[in-house]
Design a protein around this ligand. Structure first.
Ligand code: CTP
Ligand code: CA
Length: 225
């Protein structure tokens, strides 16, 4: 692996990160998830730690190893992720919150406590959905809100949709994935969107992009004083 030099631009800062997919149960053996690998969020956690931050990583189901000196909390569902994030903030104020997780927008409202069984010629189960809490918007709305960063995978009109999503979430910085098929890949191409405008980070390995993002964060937040 290649290591990238990151100056200690976040020394003493507490950074909270969500990463990976969430998993929403249908019954005890089945559920709904997505193709997020967690690689980008884990790379950002590693880069923040290398920049001197105290890092807590709330992770959905992924096989990725925990970055060195990063505290990791494993969760499955969006609601568990929200609870874990607010518990982290209650334990110690965060300076930065980076929502990289691909959170399920909906969960199954009528999940079954026992395994669903098929019957000969029977109808398939009728799943009902209910919307999950928006973790990022929830953190951004707190009176003690840290500097909040969102991630977005937009399929079209990246600039306009990204800027609109940033305002809707009430966050100063939104990072948009450029193009499709970033899930699971080792590289990516990003667009940083803030109130001033946009800046493109060229296609590069995710650990390199994470280091570049940390430089941007250090410029905005800086080390603790
Ligand atoms: N996010 C979150 N909680 C949710 C949904 C999204 O914290 N329940 C965060 C993601 O981690 C990401 C950002 O919000 O940082 C944008 O997620 P995205 O799915 O692009 O936006 P949504 O608001 O869910 O809108 P849509 O999926 O309809 O485009
Ligand atoms: Ca969504």
């Amino acid at each position: 692996a290649i290591a990238f030099f990151v100056a200690k631009g976040l020394a003493g800062r507490r950074v909270l990160i969500t990463a990976g997919p969430t998993f929403e149960p249908i019954d005890p053996v089945r559920g709904i998830t997505n193709l997020s690998s967690g690689k980008m969020g884990f790379a950002i956690a590693r880069a923040c730690r290398q920049a001197g931050a105290d890092v807590a990583l709330v992770a959905g189901p992924t096989m990725l190893p925990t970055p060195r000196e990063v505290r990791r909390v494993n969760v499955q569902t969006a609601r568990q992720m929200a609870d874990a994030v607010h518990a982290e903030m209650a334990a110690a104020a965060a300076d930065v919150f980076i929502a990289v997780a691909a959170v399920a927008d909906w969960r199954v409202a009528n999940a079954s406590a026992s395994k669903l069984k098929k019957t000969e010629g029977g109808a398939p189960p009728a799943l009902e959905f209910v919307q999950n809490p928006d973790i990022l918007a929830g953190v951004a709305a707190r009176p003690d809100a840290p500097y909040c960063v969102g991630f977005a995978a937009e399929s079209e009109d990246l600039e306009r949709n990204g800027q609109e999503k940033r305002r809707r979430k009430g966050v100063p910085l939104l990072v948009a994935n450029i193009g499709h098929a970033t899930f699971g890949r080792d590289d990516n191409e990003l667009l940083l969107i803030d109130a001033e405008g946009m800046r493109r980070l060229e296609r590069a390995p995710k650990d390199r992009l994470a280091a570049e993002l940390v430089v941007e964060l250090a410029r905005r937040v800086g080390p603790a004083r």
